[in-house]
Design a protein. Sequence first.
Length: 370
Amino acid sequence: MIKGLLRFLIAIIFILSGFVKAVDLVGFSFKMEEYFAPNVFDMPFFEKFALPLSVFVVVLELLLGFMLLIKLKLKFTLSALIALCIFFGFLTFYSAYFNVVTDCGCFGDAIKFTPWQSFIKDIVLLVGLIVVFILYRKDFKKKDAYSYSSKKETGNKFKYILLAIFSIGMILVGAHGIVHEPLIDFRDYKIGTDLKAEKAKINKNPSEYKTFYSLKNSKTGEVLKINQDDYIKETKYWAEGSPWKIEEGKNESVLIKEGYKSEIAKFKIEDPTGLEVTEEIITAPKAILVFSYQPKEVSPELMKQLEAKVKTQGANVIYGVSTLPNTFKTIKNTMMDGTAIKTIARSNPFVLILQNGKIVDKQPAKDYLK
């Protein structure tokens, strides 16, 4: 009873984790790219393989989770899941210890974990899998390779049929997210989101940070950390002739109050001169934004068709939003952080339509042009 329940719970966790990533494989590939970045594992060569690697990892997680659920090839399944957990545990520990990837993407955009929470989750799952392996070890020994049972054979065939149906369903879900948009949108930028209202909530309840200075005493060599308020109060740290000096590059900004959390906080669009136009966009009766997070990879012909169409839609505001100041030829260029663009746009280029700040439609460029 206990071992069956534990096996069921672990299987469901893996299936749910795989499913939310399968829905948005492009988003998970962006997370994989972070691990390959120079400041993490420094393997930029693998960045172009981020999507196929994401597909492989998610397929493995889903299939093994479902096989555990239906008790198919149990010894192999448990062994593979234990190996997978060790691998993920290493990644999440590295991310947490060195503070390089702030969200592992374990449950996509559906559930956010801090790096240490992700690591603890992996350790708990690993322990659970080891316990299940031990509880089922007698079942492994019962297997007789030379015996034949028509009942066993029929049962296995049925399990393989279930696995095939499950696999086809997940492939269709994943393919839809890659070619179009995720079937289920867990992001803050889903259709119906009111960016203007979200911005108001963020401004009403902002997160608060405090700067901690690293000070070194030039006479004694002593080093200490002190927050900005105490630094200002204590004249001995900054008065003329003080031996205490701020160590450049070692100051830290620490969160002291968690405000309203939303990815919309990163929705900040500027023109090439640095003038912010966000307010103009979210207050316009109708605004059309064309996003491109990799402008150099977009076909000029596709961009030409896209710009021509958006100009016929009667929008009050039409902006091209990119990481470069000269991406668009016939509509006004604006700029936004590349990571923030990827949070909104899962294809390159991408169209977002707002009415009075509310998202009413969003589509990959190829779908929009159909």
